[in-house]
Design a protein around this ligand. Structure first.
Ligand code: PYC
Length: 326
């Protein structure tokens, strides 16, 4: 038997997104938080087949376009990656809207989008950029100290931005493309220590540094550069939408950024998102971050799954990628 899955590929600041527009698993019509569990428990082979080699790679983030429950939403989306499922994905949402615009399925202006962790508001701008007002974001724990084997004492904040992050401001690493192998090893060790220190849900680690001084003058000057470890083996080529949301929540909590003020976040490859926030509940430290960026469609294809292909559903991955990584 041959199955066909139609996908559209894009990249947002260098980070790829592969949206399944037809041929994906039928997850029913329940809430997206339930549909993601059905995806995980009954159809995980689709995630593996779409993301893993030989069709994909650990860098890809996938998205299953689905009908929303809430009729006020233009669409529903479930994001996934090389190891699991994401709550929200900022660069992926920007990629999704570039994809919907490419398909002429969406008009300019404001739309609502349903995700497993809540509804986000997305604006498609006339210049092709996309602004995502994310789910409420907040800092869960400030200045958490962890003892990292082979590295020493590291201090960071635990924050939610649609996924869980550990944000590290002080370290001795250079955040540049030539150093990514080392940065991956460094941040994986930190993640393991943070998980063992009582934060088992933290699956992304962000390192911060000063922005690159030699930036392209046609782009807004950045306030900061980051390196973001994603849940599996890969790092984010974009500045990470949910990671920047977590960062905005911390800046807001520290009184370092005012409501509406811009924060330009640069990625390890130099791509940029412009972030800002409004308070959802100032007493509780909850902000509604907005992330603006641009995505470009760079592929339209039909993936073919044949029953007699021994790698039909991807090359099997070790059960626990994280354990292997340390
Ligand atoms: O942009 O939110 C994001 C994201 C999460 C993982 C990779 N990108």
């Amino acid at each position: 038997m041959t199955r066909r899955v139609q996908v559209i590929d894009s990249h947002t600041g260098g980070e790829p997104t592969r949206i399944i527009i037809s041929g994906g698993p039928d997850l029913g019509t329940g809430p997206l938080s339930e549909r993601v569990e059905r995806f995980r428990n009954e159809f995980d082979h689709y995630r593996c087949g779409v993301i893993h080699e030989p069709r994909g790679s650990e860098v890809l983030v996938g998205g299953l376009l689905t009908e929303p429950v809430d009729a006020s939403c233009a669409a529903g989306i479930i994001f996934f990656n090389d190891v699991s499922y994401l709550g929200m994905c900022g660069h992926g949402t920007i990629g999704l809207f570039a994809t919907l615009a490419h398909l002429e399925r969406i008009s300019l202006g404001e739309h609502r989008l349903e995700t497993p962790v809540g509804i986000v508001t997305v604006t498609l701008e006339p210049d092709g950029s996309v602004a995502v007002e994310n789910v409420a974001s907040y800092r869960e724990a400030q200045a958490v100290e962890v003892d990292v084997p082979g590295i020493g004492r590291i201090v960071g904040d635990v924050a939610w931005g649609g996924n869980w992050f550990f944000l590290v401001y002080e370290h001795d690493q250079e955040l540049n493309l030539a150093n990514t192998d080392r940065l991956l090893m460094y941040t994986r060790r930190i993640r393991q220590a943070v998980n063992e220190a009582g934060f088992p849900l933290v699956d992304h680690v962000e390192l911060y540094a000063s922005p690159d001084a030699s930036h392209d003058a046609s782009e807004p000057e950045a306030h900061s550069r980051n390196f973001v470890l994603c849940p599996g083996y890969a790092y984010d080529r974009s500045p990470c939408g949910t990671g920047t949301s977590a960062k905005l929540a911390c800046l807001a909590a520290d009184g370092k950024l005012a409501e509406g003020e811009h924060w330009v976040q640069e990625s390890v490859i130099g791509s940029r998102f412009v972030g800002s926030f409004r308070w959802e509940d100032q007493d509780a430290g909850r902000v509604l971050p907005t992330i603006r960026g641009r995505a470009f469609v760079n592929g339209e294809s039909t993936l073919i799954f044949q029953d007699d292909d021994p790698f039909c559903w991807g090359i099997p991955q070790p059960e626990d990628m994280r354990a292997l990584a340390e």
